[in-house]
Design a protein around this ligand. Structure first.
Ligand code: ATP
Length: 324
C-alpha cells in the first residue's frame, strides 16, 4: 500500500478532525502518501481529492466538525456510483481508505470492499455511541459534556422559577447520551428507548419530588424514547395531570454535534487513527477500530454493523437509585 485515502461520512462529530490528523500524520510517519477525500462518498465519486502531508493538518485537533466536510450520498448505494468511485480512486493511485463515520458509512465501505477487494478500515465517528465493538465512538464524550453543561444552565433558570423542564437530547435508537447526562446532571427522570417506565411512574416521581420540596426538576428525554409522546406532548400531559407544575420544553438539537472536542475524544481519535493506518499497512482490511477496556482493538466491520450496543444495565440501576 502506497497511498491511503481518508474521508468523513454521514453525520459529523467532534473529534473527526483529530482522527483525520492522526491518519495523515501516521501516513507521513510510515512514509506512505495520504489523500483527503472531500464530502464523503460524494467526493469520492467526483474525484474531489487533495494530497495531505503532516503540515496540512496543523491546528485542527481542537476544531469541531470536519475539515474534509461530510455528506450523504445516494449514488454510492448503486453499483454504478461505486464503479465511478473505484475509477476515481484508481486514477488517483489510492489503494486503501480509512472511513470515519457511522454504521451507514461502514456498510458502504464493506459493500465496496466486496465488489472491488479494496482495502478499507473504519473509525467510529458519531455522537450517539451506537456502534458495536467499541465502548466509545469519537464525539460521544464531547457531546455528553456539551449536554451536561447546557442542562446545568437550564437548571439555574428552572430553579429560579420553580419550573419543570423536559430536555430532549439526541438518540433516536439509543439512550447513551440521555442516560449518561441524566445521571451526570442529576435529572429527575431519564426517558430512553431501551426502557419504557411508563407515564404513571413519571407522574408519581414528579409528584414525589414536588412534595419533598424540590424547587426545580429536569427530565431528560432521548429523541427515540418509547413512552410514545413527544416532549411537547409530555408537557401537555403533565400540565393536564399534574397542574402543580409550570412546564417548559427545551430541544437541544444540532448544537450537540458541535464544539471543540474533549481531551478524551482527541486522544481516542489519535489512537484510532494510528491503529487504522498500521492495520492497513499490515494487510488487514474490513475492520473497524474500537476501544474496549482502554485497549485499541479491531472488530470485523460486518460485526460492528450488525451488533447491537447494549445500554449499560448497571448505569440504569444507578440512575434509578439516584432519582428516588
Ligand atoms: P450517522 O448515522 O452517525 O449520521 P452514518 O455513517 O450511519 O452516520 P448514513 O447517512 O447512514 O450515516 O450513511 C452515510 C453514507 O454511507 C450514505 O450517504 C451512503 O453514501 C453510504 N451508505 C450507507 N448505506 C449504504 C449501503 N447499504 N450501500 C452503500 N452505501 C451506503
Amino acid at each position: 500500500i502506497k497511498k491511503i485515502g481518508v474521508l468523513t461520512s454521514g453525520g459529523d462529530s467532534p473529534g473527526m478532525n483529530a482522527a483525520i490528523r492522526s491518519v495523515v500524520r501516521t501516513c507521513a510517519y510510515m512514509k506512505v502518501d495520504c489523500v483527503g477525500i472531500y464530502r464523503g462518498y460524494q467526493g469520492m465519486i467526483e474525484g474531489d481529492f487533495k494530497p495531505m502531508d503532516a503540515r496540512s493538518v496543523n491546528n485542527i485537533i481542537n476544531k469541531g466538525g470536519t475539515i474534509l466536510k461530510s455528506a450523504r450520498c445516494d449514488d454510492f448505494r448503486t453499483p454504478e456510483g461505486r464503479k465511478k468511485a473505484y475509477e476515481q480512486l484508481q486514477a488517483e493511485g489510492i489503494d486503501a481508505f480509512v472511513v470515519i463515520g457511522g454504521d451507514g458509512s461502514f456498510t458502504g465501505a464493506m459493500v465496496f470492499n466486496q465488489e472491488y477487494h479494496f482495502p478499507i478500515i473504519g473509525i467510529p465517528g458519531t455522537i450517539d455511541n451506537d456502534i458495536f465493538g467499541t465502548s466509545n465512538t469519537v464525539g460521544f464524550d464531547t457531546a455528553m459534556n456539551t449536554v451536561v453543561d447546557v442542562i446545568d444552565k437550564i437548571r439555574d433558570t428552572a430553579s429560579s422559577h420553580n419550573r419543570l423542564f423536559f430536555v430532549e437530547v439526541m438518540g433516536r435508537d439509543v439512550g447513551h447520551i440521555a442516560l449518561n447526562v441524566g445521571v451526570g446532571a442529576g435529572a429527575e427522570e431519564i426517558l430512553i428507548p431501551e426502557a419504557n417506565r411508563g407515564l404513571e411512574r413519571l407522574l408519581e416521581s414528579l409528584k414525589r419530588s414536588k412534595k419533598s420540596g424540590k424547587s426545580s426538576s429536569i427530565v431528560v428525554v432521548a429523541e427515540g424514547d418509547k413512552i410514545g409522546k413527544s416532549v411537547f406532548e409530555l408537557k401537555e400531559y403533565v400540565e393536564e395531570h399534574l397542574p402543580i407544575y409550570d412546564v417548559r420544553v427545551s430541544v437541544l438539537g444540532h448544537m450537540q454535534r458541535g464544539g471543540s472536542p474533549s481531551c478524551y475524544d482527541r486522544v481516542l481519535a489519535s489512537r484510532m487513527g494510528v491503529k487504522a493506518v498500521e492495520s492497513l499497512l499490515e494487510g488487514q482490511t474490513n475492520f473497524m477500530v474500537g476501544i474496549q477496556n482502554n485497549k485499541i482493538i479491531l472488530t470485523p466491520i460486518s460485526k460492528a454493523i450488525k451488533g447491537h450496543t447494549k445500554i449499560d444495565k448497571e448505569l440504569i440501576r444507578v440512575s434509578e437509585i439516584m432519582t428516588t
